[in-house]
Write a protein that binds this ligand. Sequence first.
Ligand code: HPA
Ligand code: ZN
Length: 323
Amino acid sequence: MSRIRELPKVELHVHIEGTLEPDLVLELAADAGITLPYPDADALRGRYVFADLQSFLDIYYENLDVLRRRHDFARLAYEYAVRAHSGGVVHAEVFFDPQAHRSRGVPTADVVDGLVDGFARARTEFGFTADLIACFLRDRPAAEAAETLDELIAVDAPIIGVGLDSAEVGNPASPFADVFTRAADLGLRRVAHAGEEAGPESIRQAIDHLGVDRIDHGIRSVDDPDLLAELVATRMPLTVCPLSNVCLQAVGDLASHPLPDLLSAGAHVTLNSDDPAYFGGYLDDNFTAVAEQFGLDDDTLARLARNSVVASFLPASRQREII
Ligand code: HPA
Ligand code: ZN
């Protein structure tokens, strides 16, 4: 929809590894001489049927094998920027998973330098800007997250914040309190996935133990009216990802997504794509899907776009320019 593409938007919840399109998997594998267990991109795409978060993460981590060299990461970042920009995204605060690459023997410096190269090219060519947020894997020990932060500092990674992602159920946020405190002391912003598959108590932990500036997903806040009222009162941004929630069966279907309840409660909702190469759409596709499903009017769509700018970590001067 052109009215959606024309709204200037900031994307706050996108995993760069989740923008790895099947065609690019095939191309990078061919370049690196990797033999894949499927014949073509359609066969890979055919495997993208997910019962839950874990069944998605299994394929997401498997596909990372094709990302090996600095220029693979540059290509990934650039291709995301091209696609996001075509849908009206002017700036993105992009997650990456350093541990998922370090554990495969890919140096963190190559990951970071490659992403920086790709986004620098996008900025030069069409003015798109991006900042990086390093996510710790919550299904790995907190000590490994602490080592990862040390390494990011050692390679002088230009990150603006830290996040927490991967399997939520059974992996509470509280063990990561110390590493998040250290990140805060370094002047980094803090975000965490919470309330995607696990309930409101997961959101409560992210706030109380990690001191987060935003909640990634947060949809299960609708199950706890007191928590939701607090999120509204504190203007806590929620980075909601509707197509992701449908694909990972966090909701039964788009019609039963709690977005309308969050909006009517006055929550600071932003829309995002999460892992667009896997979930059937980029940010503009998420806007279009909810606009059609819930009959959102132009004012509501503009409010959602403006929320994304205000909830970003951009300086107020740049926020004003975008709005
Ligand atoms: N949820 C949690 N962790 C993730 C995701 C997600 O959708 N994508 C990549 N890591
Ligand atoms: Zn996510």
